[in-house]
Structures are given as C-alpha cells and as structure tokens.
Design a protein around this ligand. Structure first.
Ligand SMILES: [Zn+2]
Length: 847
C-alpha cells in the first residue's frame, strides 16, 4: 500500500507554487496530525519523547486451521449498501486435529453455515459475535482431512465502527461510492480495501497475512458496470433478471487481505507485457490519457522481472482508479487500486507523472503478494521493498539525480518522524498494527535496503533477492528469512547489519572533523547519538578526497563511538566528502568552509552534494563567489537544482538582484520545466511584480498548469485593476492547481459575488483538492459574513459528517467553526461530533 501520495503530496505541486502564500501554508499545519502516544513527561524524567514504546508483544497468528480455497457468489444492495454473499470455504487443520473453525467476519449477518458434501449441505452450529464466527465442525478433523463449508451472509460495512491509520484512512473493507446515484458529479462505484484486516468485512475468512488461499468470485451486477478482481476473467453470464454475473478466478494462492473487487463504469484500456494482459481501468473521461499515465507499466514489469530473475508472478496485471480511495494505492494481487489523483489530462501530464506509485504497487506483486510478511510486525518486508522500488525505477529510467532526490526526500521524511518516534523497523511491540504504516516502514526501510545493496554490491543484492523470492514464494516470511538469503548468497554473517538497522531503533548521528599535516589527512569521527536509545553503529563507508585537483576514494569502517582515521593525501585537500556514496541513513555534521562548499558544488557531481552546498550557503548569496555558484545552479541540467537555486535567490532584496534577475525572468518563460517556470514567476512576483505584469499576464496561458497557476497568483499580487476580470476567465477550469490559485485569491480579495463559485467548487472538488479548497473557503467565510448562508452551513455540515476522507471531514468542520457564533452551527457541530467514529478526529474535536 502506498501512503506517501495520499492527501498532501498529491497536491505537493500546488503547495509548492503557493509557497509564499499563507493560506496554503496554514493548510499543512492544520492537517490532522498523527497522535503520538506519549504522556507529558514528569519534571525529572529526561526520557526523549521519541523513545521506542513497548506495548504488549504481537505474535503472528497461530495457524489452527489452514484456508485452502474460497469461492464467493456475491451481489449488492446499493440502497442499503449491503453485500449479499454465499461463501464456500475449503480448509483443513494446519497440523493439530481441530473440531472448530474460527473465521473473521466483521459486521455481518450470518444466515446459515452448512458442511458440504458435493451439493448436499448439513447445517452446522455456530456462534457469532459480530466479529468472530465460531463454527462447530461436528467432529474432529486431522491435517489430512479437508472440509468445505458454505456460509450464507450479508455484509453491512457501514454499520461497523471504523478505525484506520495514516496510510489507510478507514477500515470498513467495502465501499459504495454515490450508492443512490444522487450526486451528479460522481460515478457510482463499489470497491474494496483489504489491508490490514478488512477483507473480513466483506467475506468470512481467516484475515491474517500468514494465511493463503486460492479464490473464485462470481459478481452479479447491472450489466452496465465493468468488474475487476484478482486473477483471470473467465466469463460473463447474462441472467434472466437482467443482471450479469462476472466470474474471476485466482488459481495461485494469496493472502486474504489481497483479495479485491472494483465495480463501476470504467473505460478499460488494454496494454501488454510479453504475452500477459496489462489493463488500465479509468473513468471514461481519461480513456485517452490512461496509456500515458500508466504506460510505463510493461517496461517496469520487464525491468523488475529481469533484475529479480523472477518473472512477474501473476497471469495478468490490472490497475484501477477509483473515487474517494482510502489510501494512495493498494497492491491487491494482480489488480492494484489507485486514488483518483492519478487521473490526469494531457496538459496535467506535462507537469507530472505517477511512476513512483505505479512502481511501488507493482513491486509489491513480488514483495507482499508473492512473498508476504507473516505478521504486521514484519511489515517492512512488504513496504520497504515497495518504497525502494521507487528509487530503483527512478535510477533506471530517469537517472542518478532523480533517484538521489528521492533518497534525500525519504531521509527527510524519516528524520521528521524521528523527532516524534524512533521504533525498530521490525516492531513486535506496537500498540496498533496500523501504526506500522509510517515513515519507518516506508522511508527508513527503503534507505536501509539501499545501504544493504551498497554493502553487498549490485550482483549480490539481486542474487540474494532472487534466492529470497524463490525460496519463500507463496509463503510468509519474517525478517530472519531475508537475512538468511543474503547470508547464503554472500557467505557473510550479516547479523550485525540486520540487528542495528532492522531490530534496533534510531539512527547514527556523526560528528566529523578533519586536519591535515605531513601528507596525512586525519579524520576524527564521533558517534554522538545517545547510546542509551540507539546502538553504536558499524558503518562501512567511503571518503572521497580532492587534492591538487585529483580525487581519491578510501573505504573506512566506523564502528566505535570515537575514532580516528589517517589517510595518505599528497597535498592539503580542497575537499573531503564523507560518505561519498551518499548512502548513509543518518545525520552527519561536518563543518566546511565556503570555499570547500563551492568546490563541492562544482566537483562532487552528485545531487546530494550539490544540495548540501546550496543549502549551507543559502544565507550568503550576497557574496560574489556564492552568487557565481548560484548562477551556475540556475543552469544545472537537473531541474530541481534550478528550482532550489531560484527559491534561494528569491530571498534577495531588490537592490541585490541585478546580476540574476534577467536570467530568472528568462527562465519564467523559457525553462523547459513547468515547475521551474512557476518558481521563477513567483520569484519575480516577490520583487517588483508590477514590472512583470505583462509577463504574468502571458504566463497565465502557459502550457503548464503549475506555471499558469503561479502566474495567476503573481498577477493578482500586482494590484492590477483588471485582476478579477482576468481571473474570471479561468473559473471553468477543472485543473486543481488553477482552482486552488483562484480560491487563494478570492478568499482574500473578493466579496459575495464569488459565493456561487465557491459553492460550485465545493460540490465538485475531489479528495485532496477539496481539503485545500476548504481552507480557502474558511478564510472567505471569515471575511464575508454575508455569505454565511444556510446553504453554505448545510454543505459544510454534510461534508463534515459524511465525506469518505477523514481529513476532508476535519477541514469542513474547521470551516464551520468560522461561523460558530451561530446557534444552529453550534448544534450541527455537536451532531458532527456525535456521528464521528474516527478516533483521530474525535481527539481533535475534544470528545
Ligand atoms: Zn506499499
């Protein structure tokens, strides 16, 4: 599953373009934050807030019975949002004899349970408590005896209390979108989300990642809908009552949480990898661009298959985009589900691609689906690999700079989270399994795998993954099995690596100092992390030294808290680059002079090293040498370097910009990357915006939405008298960035005349976009009290009460708070609190 792309980052570009705008900045801060389970520290307690927490041990589920096969015959009641199902389950005792079978079945009505012999059924006694279905098998079975049960049930997912995590915002398993068809702006859809243990909200099963089953699903629906499920589409049958039944069969075993279905009016765009079908299911409006959005899939399948030496394991691969998805995406076996943000039109595709998330779900087809974590405590065996695949693909397809950027971004995500919590990657003592879906399991895990690859070398890395996959296919794993594969291939004992990175919390914090005398470079390396909470690390890494214009690279092993290294270097070095492969997950403090940093920018050649130089010298751009470095950065081949340079330079005052202003003005219209043009436009706007009015006016027509949206903000900031007239031309634009730019301006510069526009946007905006719109709308309501109408109140109350996404509900609630002096609003807010089941929001609202 993929949480990175959900909500915030889906609109990262929108945020980037409005980085100077307080409205959207506030957004980031007001987003419901993950609650950290920490008590206020007692005055004498110096325990850091991030210390690893030890809740009770979470073992993997004991296998009493073993699921073998599940056949489902299902149909739906859209009105009531029920699923009617007949489940035929074949199982057997795992090892010890059993006379009962306990199934997970959440929020169902169980009509009957029969033991089947051919077509004949004998009723069995059962107990059902709303969560567990306890079936008396009538006799004791041995591990050589299979049995088949038929369960007649109705699933009622909306009647379940819900939870969720940052990765998966909800856990009711089965979702009806626009079930009554009364929302003209939304398609009617049904889809499922199984991870972590929510498949048992739509069929009775042993809902645990260490179970596996083969599967057949017969889905009966109105013939106007397309269906999608795991495995192979076998046939469709027309029924006498006008419905159709689609039959999907998954012949290879997989874990129940990977079962899926999606039903809706999809356009199915066909593609191919080798002889296998690769299909993209999108809303009909995106039929034309589906191949551009997902079109790298076959190349990714080839790349991963070849590198792993294990062909893509499933008979087909489908990717479906659904509305109001509860995660970024989910790696259901052979049928991944994605959030609607992936649907882009031609022009939007100029600014971005979704390769990262597409690679992530695809790599899960091996790491997660083919070989599955045995317990949520071992979740990094799924997620760290999927996360790292984003790097692997970027490195292969887009080159070292883009890959290095991802690495830095991941490091930032982890270090950010580490200010709040530091847990071992493999975490048996979690409080809630959903807590595992964090930047440890994803970002840190991906970086740890990168270090492992760096340690053993490329050949050994791929050979070890091949052994791990081959040895553990169609079964479940814990981290020792990964270590053993690497040890068996490399012949090395890797306990130390796995222990410090997978089993212990924290990360190294290094202090590096250097001196030079008599042909010797002395490096002093201290591990300054608090070893009460983290190990003293063993860190094999490289040091690159430039002296007399020549580069030499020396390997060292840092394995003590305080250590000195002596390296032969002919002359006083121009630069020492510690961890020159830039692979370490940790923090390195290494003082460098301005001259050294400039040398680093010009010579190290890597994105990370350039970034460091730019960041460290950001406050010295008024220095001529530093300015020259920044001017060079404006011409860097990698667009992110150009972007970073513009953003740093934009902080210069008007009297200081003569040397760079013309270049940036040129970039505002001519840089090949829309994001860079956008940054340049905003930089100009921060200086003498008026001077660039004509440029901004023209840039509103930029082919890139991102640049056009920046131009809208920039032009509006010049105080031009025709601003509102010009902006009105974009009011029909469906692109999120343009809409958000208008909303940002209208929130502060317009009056009641934009009331209708805001209402229309709120009714039509989707997912993350709606979240941001609500922020601007709150500001608009605050400055336009005459627009605080019953219609507006009811619209917000409806969103706050009923929207599928918890953060949209929260944003709507916050917008309502603007009008909280009205008694009817207070009453509604009370009702919203009453109805809310999500713990995160209840905490925020104050129970
Ligand atoms: Zn994932």
């Amino acid at each position: 599953m993929n949480h990175r792309f959900l909500s915030i980052v889906g609109l990262a570009s929108a945020m980037a373009l409005s980085s100077g705008c307080s409205t959207n900045k506030a957004v980031v801060d007001t987003k419901p934050q993950k609650t950290v389970a920490t008590k206020p520290a007692a005055p004498v307690d110096t325990t850091p807030v991030w210390t690893a927490k030890k809740y009770s041990f979470n073992p993997s589920r004991t296998k009493e019975n073993d699921l073998l096969h599940t056949t489902l015959r299902i149909s739906f009641d859209w009105q009531k949002q029920y699923l009617h199902g007949l489940a035929e389950i074949t199982a057997k005792p795992y090892f010890y004899p059993q006379n009962t079978l306990v199934l997970d079945a959440k929020g169902m009505e169980i009509h009957s349970v029969h033991l089947m012999k051919g077509y004949d059924g004998t009723p069995l006694k059962f107990d059902y408590n709303g969560k567990k279905l306890n079936i008396n098998l009538g006799k004791s079975y041995t591990r050589d005896e299979k049995y088949t049960l038929e369960i007649d049930y109705t699933a009622k997912p909306n009647e379940l209390p819900t939870g969720g995590s940052d990765a998966i915002t909800d856990d009711k398993g089965l979702y009806f979108i626009n079930p009554l068809g009364d929302d003209p702006e939304k398609p009617r859809q049904i889809w499922t989300q199984g991870e972590t243990e929510a498949s048992s909200a739509w069929f009775p099963t042993i809902d645990s990642p260490n179970e596996r089953m083969t599967q057949e699903i017969y889905i009966t629906v109105d013939p106007k809908y397309k269906t999608l499920s795991n495995g192979v589409f076998m046939y469709s049958r027309q029924n006498a009552d006008g419905t159709k039944t689609d039959y999907w069969k998954q012949e290879l075993p997989h874990a129940p949480y990977l079962a899926m279905l999606a039903i809706g009016d999809f356009a199915v765009v066909k593609d191919k990898w080798r002889d296998r079908e690769v299909n993209y299911y999108v809303e009909p409006a995106y039929k034309g661009t589906a191949k551009k959005i997902f079109g790298n899939t076959p190349e990714m399948m080839e790349f991963f298959s070849k590198k792993l030496g294990v062909l893509y394991p499933w008979p087909k691969y489908a990717q479906v985009v659904v509305r109001d998805f509860v995660s970024g995406a989910m790696e259901n076996t052979s049928a991944s589900t994605f959030m609607e943000d992936l649907q882009l039109n031609e022009r939007e595709l100029l600014d971005k691609n979704w390769d990262g998330i597409i690679a992530h779900e695809l790599f899960h087809q091996w790491f997660g689906d083919y070989v599955t974590t045995e317990s949520w405590a071992n979740l990094p065996l799924n997620e760290s690999f999927a996360n790292y695949s984003e790097y692997l693909w970027a490195e292969h397809k887009y080159g070292a700079d883009e890959a290095a950027y991802l690495q830095l971004d991941e490091l930032g995500q982890y270090l950010d989270e580490a200010t709040e919590k530091r847990e071992p990657l493999i975490r048996y003592y979690y409080k809630d399994r959903e807590d595992m879906f964090d930047s440890h399991s994803y970002a840190k895990g991906g970086r740890v795998l990168h270090m492992l690859r760096n340690l053993v070398g490329d050949d050994a890395w791929w050979a070890s993954l091949n052994l791990y996959l081959t040895r553990n296919k169609f079964s479940d794993v814990e981290v020792a099995e990964l270590r053993m594969a690497f040890e068996d291939v490399t012949g090395q004992d890797l306990m130390w690596f796995f222990d410090q990175w997978f089993m212990q919390p924290g990360h190294p914090e290094l202090k590096v100092t250097q001196s030079y005398a008599n042909g010797q470079l002395q490096l002093h390396v201290e591990q300054v992390q608090d070893t009460a909470y983290a190990p003293v690390y063993r860190l094999p890494l490289k040091v690159a030294v430039w002296s007399g214009g020549k580069k030499q690279v020396d390997p060292i092993i840092v394995d003590k808290a305080d250590q000195a290294f002596s390296i032969n270097v002919a002359t006083q070095p121009e630069l020492v680059l510690f961890d020159s492969d830039q692979q370490l997950l940790g923090v390195v403090a290494h003082q460098k002079s301005q001259a050294e940093l400039i040398y680093q920018f010009n010579n190290a050649g890597q994105f990370g090293a350039k970034m460091e130089a730019l960041a460290m010298l950001e406050d010295q751009v008024d220095n001529p040498q530093v300015l020259t470095m920044y001017q060079k950065a404006l011409q860097d081949k990698y667009w992110r370097v150009r972007s970073i340079a513009i953003n740093a330079l934009s902080k210069l005052k008007e009297g200081q910009i003569a040397a760079i202003e013309p270049a940036i003005a040129k970039m505002a219209t001519q840089d090949e990357k829309g994001a860079v043009r956008s940054d340049a436009i905003l930089a100009l706007a921060g200086w003498d915006g008026k001077k660039y009015q004509p440029l901004f006016a023209k840039a509103m027509q930029d082919s890139s939405y991102q640049a056009a949206a920046a131009a809208i903000l920039a032009y509006s900031g010049t105080g031009a008298t025709d601003t509102m007239e010009r902006l009105a031309k974009y009011e029909r634009e469906k692109n999120g960035e343009i809409k958000l730019a208008l909303a940002t301006i209208y929130a502060v510069q317009s009056g009641p005349e934009k009331y209708d526009w805001f209402i229309k946007q709120l009714k039509t905006a989707k997912g993350g976009e709606l979240y941001y719109l609500l922020q601007s709308y709150g500001a608009y309501l605050a400055s336009n009290s005459q627009t605080n109408t019953t219609e507006a109140i009811n619209l917000l109350a409806d969103l706050a009460m009923n929207h599928q996404l918890y953060y949209v509900r929260a944003a709507a609630y916050q917008a309502l708070m603007v009008m909280s002096e009205k008694p009817e609003v207070q009453q509604l807010m009370e009702q919203i609190k009453q109805k809310e089941k999500d713990e995160r929001l209840l905490e925020m609202y104050g129970k």
